[in-house]
Design a protein around this ligand. Structure first.
Ligand code: ATP
Length: 866
């Protein structure tokens, strides 16, 4: 369906006019959670309900000051919660905005990558495999083009488009499954078919993560336990003849002390802020779950081109059956030349070279453009490098109107052919993986003309191919044939030669591979490139490979054989994207947590199956991106390793503040329960308990969630996916520390009782606050001493400690707070007593950590053994 008129697209002025008429290509956005709703949410929890009941009870019993205090605590707590949640909400919105789609549009005769929102009716879209179509459009030209329209029709089988007898319309929201086309936009935004039916789904899934579910569960269990304990304690108190009001209030405060209501919310905040931190490292989490799962990743399956390498290709060598050429220059700047025996050679000097360069130029969709002295390339880097090579060889540029047909490139076919009109006749030009080109050739071109391909020729070509690939070059083969009948067929072709393209490994990847190794994470390279090239690149990156397997060899293996292979240091080359799914599943069957990269439309099933599907922000397709959990904004392997580090940090921090919060609560509960049992006067008053839990602990816990990663974080093996947040050691720490702080404050209380109950209670209350604050150092690292991670390395924590301890000083000495919290001034002796009891809380965990071999409690030594 080639058109004689070659479209050049709209001009800037036409775009402006169309925009005024039709507006932006956007659907009305989903209502985002506004600040008011976030604020309201703060008052809708079980915790607030308990507090409101407590305030009402206090009021009913005539305790106006207590009711006021509880009211203030509710407001303060809501304020803190609001600030944190709003921050998380805006962080997620920013991430959503970053995921907005782009489109390739032809304007002013130039292909440009633009935000999909800029598209106007009349624009010409370039649609390639994996693209999500951004507007309704009419096909102008198409090659082997098919579309998945399931979002509109529910039918998942791809529909062929563009042939004479088929529909020419494509629709917004559907995606290209194969081929390539140019299409003119007919409708945008809400007027598209999709716009008429769609309620825009936001892309950053706010689906609850495993951690949130687990913590919600924990919070519920503790909530029930709290209510039981509270009922028991107040019942016991009343039975023992204690004041009814006092006991009801104590019961209520005790339940507040024990219910870690805020936990799931703090986790969301931590993960959302973690996701923002990851964006700074170029990793965009599409689901919060990804941040969490990343920390447990044990295998990374990665492709090579663009992820391990720069994907900045330059042709450096040309091999033809008679001669080998060197090519100078770097990048897409055509300032360079082709050399043979020291002499500069042009296309016209050698017919074989000329035909080869022409094939590279014509069989392509890449374009070079120049801005000042800088050359830009639009298209696939492999093709861009061949266009640049054509320029360097002074080859004549193709006229697009002469392109008659195309058999597009796909990762499964690994070659591409075009049918071009050349004067009166037509010719088929093919480029691709050398073995895929050679298998359709029966002749070979030499300077003295074409002749049948002999076994010797084949051996010569294979030898040259191996030689180029061994130095890590990506090798492309070229072939041509005449097509007097104007049919595009890939058979009986004439082999022209090979081009070796250099694609240097990314500098930072070597370090990232070493880091992944020390972190117990395995790396499996799965590439469409040749095994020899892939091996050479692995060598350059110090990635240990003991075995390589091609896609064909992989097909021969049954599942158990594949399982065995996957236990070694294996590399998969010349694979088809479909095979990635099998590799992921086989690794998962071994209990591995797999991160898998992918960029093409056929990678989507593997990305979905993987525990963490990783797609590419630059070279990835929309379909792959939609199937993934994590988008690498720089396509870089090193980013995955950094993101895993960030995921580990997030999980460790959640563990830290959960343990911290629970140990604080345990201390209070132990003091209260023992005190009631032995019949002493109330050690903490209801309002004091609320103050400790809601005012001072929350701030400290959030600061603990911002703890930096520990120096040995990437020297530990990955945790198991379902590793407990508390674990046996966590529970032991909580109980031990809780017992110590509970008993200490109780001892202080009784010790000072002779000086008056108010002074004794104020001191015990202040002691508990101080204990809780200093105990935070024990939780900053679960295995390393604070001296090792640095006393001052978390400024947020130091600020939180200063603020909360300052607040406690006010609580003791500032009369309004004295009234609210029923406190009295305490003297130096009391402070010294508190200090004496607080010291061991810092010293003992430090000493224990220092003398224990530095093994993380939840370290999993061997996953295979698990
Ligand atoms: P990776 O899977 O690591 O990204 P890759 O880019 O080599 O590696 P594919 O894109 O599947 O993987 O390409 C497979 C092979 O197909 C390449 O090694 C190359 O020989 C050939 N090839 C790549 N691009 C083209 C193209 N535009 N036209 C023809 N052949 C191509």
């Amino acid at each position: 369906m080639a058109d004689d008129i070659i479209p050049t697209g709209l001009t800037e002025a036409e775009v402006r006019a169309a925009r005024t008429l039709h507006g932006w290509n956007e659907l009305p956005t989903v209502k985002q959670t506004g600040p008011f709703r976030v604020l309201l949410r703060q008052f809708s929890s079980f915790l607030v309900l308990i507090l409101i009941v407590a305030a009402a009870v206090a009021l009913a019993l005539g305790e106006r000051v207590d009711a006021l205090t509880i009211g203030l605590v509710v407001v303060l707590n809501a304020g803190l919660g609001f600030v944190q949640e709003w921050k998380a909400e805006t962080a997620l919105n920013t991430l959503r905005d970053m995921l907005s789609p782009q489109a390739i549009v032809l304007r002013d005769g130039r292909e440009q990558v633009l935000p999909a929102k800029d598209i106007v009716p009349g624009d010409i879209l370039i649609l390639t495999s994996g693209t999500k179509i951004a507007a309704d459009a009419q096909l102008l030209r198409a090659a082997a083009f098919s579309v998945d329209e399931s979002v509109l029709t529910g039918e998942s089988i791809p529909v062929a488009k563009g042939d004479a007898d088929e529909s020419n319309a494509v629709f917004a929201g559907t995606s290209v499954t194969a081929g390539r086309a140019e299409a003119q936009v007919t409708a945008t935004g809400a007027t598209t078919e999709f716009g008429k039916i769609a309620h825009l789904t936001s892309s950053v899934g706010s689906k609850t993560t495993n951690l949130q579910i687990k913590l919600g569960h924990l919070a519920r269990q503790l909530g029930i336990a709290a209510l039981l304990v509270a009922a028991w304690v107040s019942g016991l108190g009343i039975w023992l003849g204690r004041d009814l009001t006092e006991m009801v209030m104590t019961g209520l405060s005790l339940s507040v002390a024990m219910v870690p209501e805020g936990l799931p919310a703090v986790v969301t905040i931590t993960l959302a802020l973690g996701a923002t931190a990851m964006v700074r490292h170029n990793a965009l989490a599409r689901r919060l779950q990804a941040v969490e799962t990343l920390g447990a990743a044990s295998v990374i399956c990665t492709d090579k081109t663009g992820t391990l390498t720069e994907n900045k290709m330059t042709a450096t060598q040309i091999w033809t059956p008679d001669r080998s050429y060197l090519v100078t220059g770097t990048g897409y700047d055509p300032a360079g030349h082709i050399e043979w025996n020291g002499a500069r050679i042009r296309a016209s000097d050698d017919p074989v070279l000329g035909a080869l360069l022409k094939t590279g130029l014509y069989c392509s969709h890449a374009h070079l453009t120049r801005e000042g002295d800088v050359w830009h390339m639009v298209g696939a880097p492999t093709e861009g490098a061949l266009i640049t090579l054509g320029y360097k060889g002074w080859c004549e540029l193709p006229e697009e109107r002469n392109l008659l047909a195309e058999l597009p490139f796909s990762s499964a076919r690994k070659r591409m052919s075009v049918l071009f009109q050349s004067g009166a006749t037509a010719e088929v030009l093919t480029k691709g993986a050398p073995e895929r080109v050679l298998e359709i050739c029966s002749n070979v071109m030499t300077r003295s003309g074409a002749r049948p391909l002999t076994e010797e020729d084949r051996a010569g070509i294979e030898h040259a191919y191996t030689h180029l690939a061994e130095s890590g070059l990506r090798v492309m083969g070229f072939a041509r044939r005449n097509a007097p009948d104007h049919q595009i067929v890939e058979e009986s072709m004439t082999f022209l030669g090979l081009v070796g393209l250099i694609d240097p490994p990314r500098e930072e990847v070597r370090g990232a591979i070493a880091m992944a190794k020390s972190a117990g994470i395995r790396i499996v390279m799965i590439t469409g490139d040749s095994p020899i090239t892939a091996n050479a690149i692995a060598g350059q990156l110090s990635l240990r490979i003991t075995q390589h397997l091609t896609g064909d060899a992989l097909d021969e293996l049954d599942d158990s054989q594949l399982g065995d292979v996957l236990r070694g240091d294996v590399l998969f080359a010349r694979t088809k994207p479909e095979q990635k799914l099998r590799i992921v599943s086989a690794l998962q069957a071994q209990g591995q947590i797999v991160a898998m990269t992918g960029d093409g439309v056929n990678d989507a099933p593997a990305l979905k199956q993987a525990d963490i599907g990783v797609s590419m922000g630059i070279r990835g397709t929309d379909v792959a991106r939609d199937a993934s959990d994590l988008v690498l904004l720089d396509d870089n392997f090193a980013t995955i390793v950094r993101a895993i580090g960030e995921g580990r940090r997030q999980f460790a921090n959640v563990q830290k503040f959960v343990r911290y919060l629970l140990s604080s609560n345990a201390g209070e509960v132990i003091a209260l329960v023992i005190n009631i049992a032995i019949g002493g006067p109330l050690v903490f008053l209801a309002t004091q308990i609320l103050w400790m839990n809601l005012v001072t602990d929350g701030v400290t816990a959030v600061a603990l969630g911002l703890e930096k990663s520990e120096p040995d974080q990437m020297q530990q093996s990955p945790r198991q996916k379902d590793a407990p947040i508390l674990g046996a050691r966590g529970i032991a720490t909580i109980v031990l520390l809780g017992t110590y702080t509970g008993l200490s404050s109780l001892w202080i209380f009784f010790h000072l009782m002779d000086l008056g109950v108010d002074l004794a209670r104020t001191t015990a209350f202040t002691a508990m606050v101080v204990f809780e604050k200093v105990s935070v150092f024990a939780f900053r690292s679960l295995s390393l001493t604070t001296s090792r991670i640095g006393w001052f390395s978390n400024p947020f924590l130091l600020a939180a400690l200063t603020i909360t301890l300052g607040a406690q000083v006010l609580a003791v000495y500032w009369s309004p707070l004295q009234v609210l919290l029923h406190t009295v001034k305490i003297g130096v002796d009391e402070w010294l007593l508190i200090g004496a009891f607080a010291l061991p809380i810092i010293v003992v965990p430090e000493v224990l950590k220092a003398i224990r071999p530095s093994v993380s409690p939840d370290k999993v030594v061997s996953r295979e053994a698990a």
